[in-house]
Design a protein around this ligand. Sequence first.
Ligand code: HPA
Ligand code: ZN
Length: 340
Amino acid sequence: MKDVYDAIPKVELHCHVEGTIRPSTVAELAKKNGRALPVGNVEDLYRYDSLNGFLEIFWFVQEMLADQGDWERIAYESIVDAVPHGLRYRETFFTPARHLRAGQDLGGIVDGLTRGLEAAEAETGVGSMLICDMDRAYGGAAGLELVDRLVELRKAGRAARVIGVGMDSTELGVDLHDYVPAYELARSARLRCTAHAGEDTGPLNIWTAVEVLKVERIDHGLSILEDAELTKRASAERIALTVCPNSNVVIANKVETLSAHPFRRMREAGLLATLNTDDPAMTDLDLGKEYRTVAEALDLSLQDMAAVALDGVEATWLEDAGKRDLRARFLAELEPVLSA
Ligand code: HPA
Ligand code: ZN
């Protein structure tokens, strides 16, 4: 019988396509592209003691992506691998700074990803959109250049699946004010805006993303409860948090165990806190496992987890009609799960 947590229909709003690459695909891409792996089994690299330690490995895996076909392949596999665990819609990050610096073209990357997502959608019926992330290790000027190029592509009708921009990578030593021009340009081009914030740092980082960068969603937001006023504001304005509890334990090492994670308290404080995997292939995770482990560790009922899934729909960047349709579909799919 299907696992009950896999059977819950889900959206995912915080998942990096480069963090979904099957270990076997990493090995095949390395071979194809003439890149040596320092270990026989790529999973042996996947042990982290900090966010920055994780990023070293994430960047290494990113470097295995050499051409448009590689992007297409990982986008396709990222969806077909997640559907058995309940994925019904995803807004997926890609972070191309490293590849652009190495001479790849943003248009080619977006075309490859789009083709992969289209093929997966044709096969599974699960739709997905893209969020282009700025890599904070490259600075604000590179971020602005990236958004500028993205806006150009969209004007040329070539990036219809890219619906928003975000930022990820390190938080340490980064001044978010450097990214104001990039976010202003994105907003003026009607791109949606999000940012990783408060993963490795305190709530001031989240304040700045909301107040200065004016983002609509916060990725992680782990430290938000440390600031009561910010928590109140984010709750009142339904600013979505794309929370990744397993990642916070394994990648950022900011929470010792899942049972110490504030996810349940975030929801009890009225926050629109959603559940996501971040980099599932690099943490031996899938969406069903994320829901199951969090429910067990925090003593959340199946009903609670259904509410989390429905809040995911609200937090998407779908148009209102799209949200209504997806919510109706989720309610229909949830009915037999909850009455079993
Ligand atoms: N935080 C920062 N950078 C990242 C992450 C994350 O969760 N995942 C991939 N790159
Ligand atoms: Zn992330």
